[in-house]
Design a protein around this ligand. Structure first.
Ligand code: TEU
Ligand code: CA
Length: 550
């Protein structure tokens, strides 16, 4: 088999620390809690842990607003706890990658505290300041979290740019001192031994000098893939990343295959991989992400086909259904009704992880955890959800009931409820009161139960991950989508040399007849129903992989 880079055959498990495991009863997950659960992650078959931000932060956006890049938030523990975590991860032959949030800092970061003081402060140019225009914001750009993207700061009467919350001022990457500080900080963590970075909204870091109004206030055409972003990423790679044996993955909203290749192309010297959001964004509509729609299967298949075939040989894909910003995979793409939750969670696992790319598993997905089941606005904690609720409801655009319905489908809090470990109060997440309510189905869905059942979602993930390890068909095989128009069947082949797989997935609760694919279908490799499966008929939410013989 061709030699492949370790990050191509690695499986990444994403931890949202606030909701993973509390160890001291304050209702907030912490580093010592994570240490307790490392064997659980290892046993699942993950090689890499991506840790969402654990840095010191006022938590306006749960840690994506960093006050100090060099210290651990007291809620999560101490730097000693972090060092111990890293050691324990490495002892288990796993790796740890950190979240690198450098498009913005917290407004409480000392750089911003200095920057806002005076126009001639040495840190002024660390952020993006503009004069008022006719007594108003410098332009009409809206923040991705609602409201204007500009905030007037009384000390100097000027406005600063914040694509996200007003407590997340955007850094000015055009300033070489900013870049030098960031590279220094990255090196500091790498010298500690961390194994790479997931880079938050890294394709937003470069802003244009001229900032004209956007259509309907949309700043994307100016800030997404901005003018110097590739120059900065190549510089970062040359000065930092390339000097270590690490993995880098960029979070990049708004990517197309063409732009993705510019970040992750093998010959680009920028990033190893990028997260793109075409498949998760298929349901976006007139109110942006706020909808109760489910994705239309032919569209979903077309997106995967495009990324699987057009990245091939040129750049590497990330395979993910969910993360801490998305609703739960089984609720969005499968079916979370009690009779189908387990089956459809397994089917989704099989459907995605037989494709080419590095698998990412968001905590709880391996249990088939579903959306939160919140029904009252008081249950929500997420700044994006709360801002959107108020702006849609206060303006009369949507009534309360309709907006609550949207939140129940797509709010980020659906993925942020505590990990369901056990069938007891606090779901084994905490002995105290959790910072956010436990998801509605914790009695039925929890790790204790999954681990005691050999046919569970957890063990299905384990099997699939084992099957794909070091597997040349999975790593190198050609991808071909079958029957693209079918509204219930997601079918494809992976073929490498004279080996291959036929992957058949039923995204509906109806029985499906499968047309003849004109292949020599061999034995069943894996399926989500117990016992045998047929390549002619699929049962509700059935997923099955057959070997192809030549
Ligand atoms: O997300 C960037 C991003 O594009 C999201 O804001 C996305 O638009 C939204 O979550 C969809 O609902 C990253 C982080 O993953 C997110 O948690 C942070 O809030 C955001 O950056 C700002 O740092
Ligand atoms: Ca705690």
């Amino acid at each position: 088999m061709d030699k492949v880079e370790w990050w191509k055959d690695a499986v990444v498990y994403q931890i949202y620390p606030k909701s993973f495991q509390d160890s001291n009863g304050d209702g907030i997950g912490d580093l010592r809690g994570i240490i307790r659960r490392l064997d659980y992650i290892k046993t699942l078959g993950a090689d890499v842990i991506w840790l969402c931000p654990v840095y010191d932060s006022p938590n306006a956006d749960n840690g994506y607003d960093i006050r100090d890049y060099y210290s651990i938030h007291a809620d999560y523990g101490t730097m000693e706890d972090f060092d111990l975590l890293l050691k324990e991860v490495h002892q288990r032959d796993m790796k740890l990658i950190m979240d690198l949030v450098v498009n913005h800092t917290s407004d409480e970061h000392p750089w911003f505290q200095e920057s806002r003081k005076a126009k001639d402060n040495p840190y002024r140019d660390y952020y993006i300041w503009r004069e008022a225009k006719d007594g108003h914001e410098p332009n009409n750009w809206s923040s991705w979290f609602g409201g204007s993207a500009w905030e007037m700061d009384p000390a100097t009467g000027m406005y600063y740019l914040h694509i996200f919350h007003k407590k997340q001022p955007d850094l000015n990457w055009e300033n070489p001192s900013v870049r030098a500080e960031i590279y220094k900080m990255m090196e500091w963590w790498l010298n500690k031994g961390v194994d790479g970075f997931r880079m938050d909204v890294i394709n937003l870091i470069s802003k244009p000098e001229q900032m004209p109004d956007g259509i309907n206030g949309d700043l994307s055409p100016y800030c997404v893939n901005g003018p110097n972003v590739h120059r900065y990423l190549r510089e970062m790679n040359r000065q930092v990343s390339a000097r270590y044996d690490i993995m880098t993955v960029g979070e990049c909203p708004g990517l197309t295959v063409e732009t993705a290749k510019k970040y992750a192309g093998y010959d680009r010297g920028e990033l190893h991989m990028v997260f793109q959001f075409e498949h998760t964004g298929l349901t976006d509509g007139i109110y942006g992400k706020w909808t109760t729609q489910s994705p239309y299967l032919p569209d979903l298949k077309a997106v995967f086909e495009k990324w699987q075939t057009q990245m091939r040989g040129e750049a590497w894909n990330c395979l993910f259904w969910g993360n801490h910003d998305q609703p739960r995979a089984v609720s969005k793409f499968g079916c979370d009704l009690p009779e189908y939750r387990d089956l459809s969670a397994k089917m989704l696992c099989l459907c995605l992880y037989f494709m080419q790319g590095t698998p990412y598993i968001y905590q709880g997905e391996e249990l088939g955890m579903a959306n939160a089941g919140f029904f009252d606005i008081g249950q929500y904690k997420d700044v994006e959800s709360l801002n959107a609720y108020h702006s849609f409801v206060d303006s009369g655009t949507l009534d309360k009931r309709a907006m609550l319905d949207c939140l129940a489908h797509v709010s980020r809090d659906n993925a942020r409820t505590p990990m369901q470990w056990e069938n007891n109060a606090g779901a084994g997440f905490t002995q105290g009161t959790p910072w956010i309510s436990v998801g509605a189905n914790w009695r039925a869905v929890n790790a204790e139960r999954e681990l005691s059942n050999p046919d569970s979602v957890y063990y299905f993930y384990q099997k699939v991950l084992r099957l794909r390890k070091n597997n040349p068909v999975i790593l190198h095989g050609d991808f071909r989508l079958l029957w693209p128009e079918d509204e219930a069947l997601f079918a494809y082949t992976r073929i490498y040399g004279n080996k291959g797989y036929l992957v058949l997935c039923n995204f509906s609760d109806k029985e499906l007849r499968i047309p003849d694919p004109g292949l020599n279908i061999g034995p069943l490799l894996i399926g989500n129903y117990s016992g045998q499966a047929s390549s002619h008929i699929l049962r509700a939410y059935e997923g099955a992989v057959f070997t192809i013989t030549f």
